[in-house]
Ligand binder design. Structure first.
Ligand code: G1P
Length: 301
């Protein structure tokens, strides 16, 4: 039974500056809900309510978000907005959330090492705090299902275009089934020519506590940081690791383009916006089509 999750959320969010100069990237909203709330919801939807968030400098608003705000609640109650009141109360009670601060930013591997006292006895899920995965079955649940079947460390992966391979941790292995591979290789952000495949690590993992001793032996790697992928490589020499190809759409919201796409796609799914927003998008596309047509006309001989 997997009961605990760890969400690393201490990173500086430099890819999203200046928005992240004074606020955590995990608190940027997709419409009206901070990214990290979707991540916590994925845990809850997968039956996990004990969550450790690895936070750090400038991240206090994450704690406040999952805390109770009496003043705000009583204002909303005065306005008799029952739906909003229920929504606010839901956030503070959705999970049992703990926080630990990563004082120095030494990489994802180091962030996970901060969970050693919380997760020393049992396997746990790791969900990157800026990655939302939209799926019918929550991806965490998909990984739990694989773990229950194979009883090994599980890494979520997805196929990415070859030109994007150097941005990710990449895995190689042999198929156990359509969607599961027994890994033989893991490499963090390889050149295309050194990549064993174009299967990229997708920001969700189930790790066994053995990861902590592997992390102790992990030297600094890419970007002079302690990389989780390098620790997994050490672990692979001692025990099996599998990868599960996820069913779902991943949005890396540390990246502006993905953030825009998430916002548009999630807005189209929301009943209160769908009609008007779709109309707006169609009108915008219409204008773009007209502009393209008239610039073609101008440029044609
Ligand atoms: C991290 C991991 C990488 C993984 C990626 C997914 O990299 O180190 O293995 O593929 O997340 O988003 P980062 O994006 O933090 O550089």
């Amino acid at each position: 039974m997997i009961k605990k999750a760890v969400i690393p959320a201490a990173g500086l969010g430099t890819r999203f500056l200046p928005a992240t100069k004074a606020q955590p990237k995990e608190m940027l909203p997709i419409i009206d809900t901070p990214i990290i709330q979707y991540v916590v919801q994925e845990c809850v939807d997968s039956g996990i309510e004990d969550i450790l968030i690895i936070s750090g400098k400038g991240k206090r608003s994450i704690e406040d978000h999952f805390d109770r705000n009496f003043e705000l609640e009583s204002r909303i109650q005065e306005k008799e907005d029952e739906a909003l009141y229920t929504q606010l109360r839901h956030i503070e009670s959705m999970a049992n959330i703990h926080f630990i601060r990563q004082k120095e930013l030494n990489g994802l591997g180091d962030a996970i090492y901060h969970a050693r006292f919380h997760c020393e006895r049992e396997p746990f899920v790791v969900l990157l705090g800026d990655t939302i995965i939209d799926s019918v079955i929550p991806v965490t649940q998909q990984l739990i299902d694989s773990y229950e079947q194979y009883q090994q460390t599980v890494i979520a992966v997805e196929t990415v275009p070859w030109e994007k391979v150097p941005r990710y941790g990449i895995v190689g292995g042999n198929n156990l089934s359509d969607r599961v591979l027994q890994l033989t290789e893991l490499i963090e952000k390889p050149d295309r020519k050194h990549a064993p495949s174009n299967l990229a690590i997708a920001g969700r993992y189930i790790l066994t506590p053995e990861i902590f001793s592997a992390l102790e032996k992990t030297p600094r790697g890419k970007g002079n940081e302690i990389q989780l992928t390098d620790a997994l490589r050490i672990l692979l020499k001692k025990e099996g690791i599998i990868a599960t190809i996820i069913e779902g759409k991943r949005y890396d919201n540390g990246n502006k383009m993905d953030f825009l796409k998430t916002t548009v796609e999630f807005a189209l799914k929301r009943k209160e916006f769908a009609g008007d927003f779709e109309k707006f998008l169609r009108e915008t596309i219409d204008i773009l089509d007209k502009q393209t047509a008239s610039s073609r006309k101008r440029n044609s001989p």
